[in-house]
Design a protein around this ligand. Sequence first.
Ligand code: UDP
Length: 392
Amino acid sequence: MTKPDLLVVGAGLFGLTIAQRAAESGLRVVIIDKRPHIGGNAYSSPDPTTGIEIHRYGAHLFHTSNQRVWDYVNRFTSFTSYVHHVHTSHAGVVYPMPVNLGTINQFFQAAMSPDQARALIAEQAAELGDKTPSNFVEKGISLVGRPLYEAFFRDYTAKQWQTDPEALPASIVSRLPVRYNYDARYFNDSHEGLPTNGYTAWFEAMIADPLIEVQLNTDFFAPGHQWSKEATVGAIPVVYTGPIDRYFDFNQGELSWRTIDLEEQHLPTGDFQGCSVMNYPDLDVPFTRILEFRHFHPERDYPDDVTVIHKEFSRFANRDDEPYYPVATADDQARLKLYQEQAAAEPVLFGGRLGMYRYFDMHQVIDAALTAFDEQVQPRIAAGQPFGEAGV
Ligand code: UDP
């Protein structure tokens, strides 16, 4: 394509959604990605020997209560009836996670009713007094009391974040529901499922439009090609979904990210752990969880004598690692503000988990992209205005 109406940097869900909506409005779009595939960290592909679909960058479970997002994604794929459940293996015993009445009764070896369990946790959380929980520890204790916090959250979080939990935002622990009944679903949302034919088929359907051209293995920051930063910014509208600090050459210092190392094993059994995700919240186990991918698709005809697992090891990301999770300490937030001020002066829209430095789930990214398209991308292109100012 010679000169498109829009360049999208990054083929993750933010970029794909912007590109799809733009093409649907008649705009010509080029998407570039430095990786050899689309889908960002939601990318999956079949294991070559077993055919089992492997989420290449950690488990991705689609769930949303946002009807606009649910209607939108269903244009490109149907979803299976998979409902996510997680178990956690603490001190040699397996419990259901998130914390529910089953977890509480099993942990305290009790047969409490919902009201009794509520009263017990309230009594344990009373150590906080009138304080409004302002960080991960306080929020955790306020939700489940200290004994459950220490068993299931403290050390898992130490492994996952390697950051003083008092410096972590309370919002991280609020991702998990706490239930005083035996409902052990991981998510509370009204819609949930996995894309029937896999994540990649879903993403390919989003960009199956002749107005969209995808260039893989293309680095925005490498000079000397037509889609580079130097050749495009200011010349065509750009939506950038890479790390915001990278865009500005880290001129305010680096934002902190966690990355994940995955250790893959093929095991000669049809069922290694009996569920898709088993958490390991104790410090004597170096990984945080084990994924067994066959359980994401019980409806598929996978071989019954072999299974594929990933052990997840979390660590701080260096510049060359794939960023997964924004740590978002107070220092990070202060730095982010400085980057956002620079972003506002740039003729570029910043979006997605990396571009906005937000611990977004897939459905939140799609929602943000749909809004950004309607409120920023389309009106500005229509008016011939440069991007920038408020960012996305
Ligand atoms: N968490 C925990 N114990 C668990 C599961 C989660 O302490 O068994 C905490 C941990 O800090 C984690 C956060 O809750 O980072 C959010 O968990 P979630 O499963 O949503 O994380 P993700 O799947 O995005 O890695």
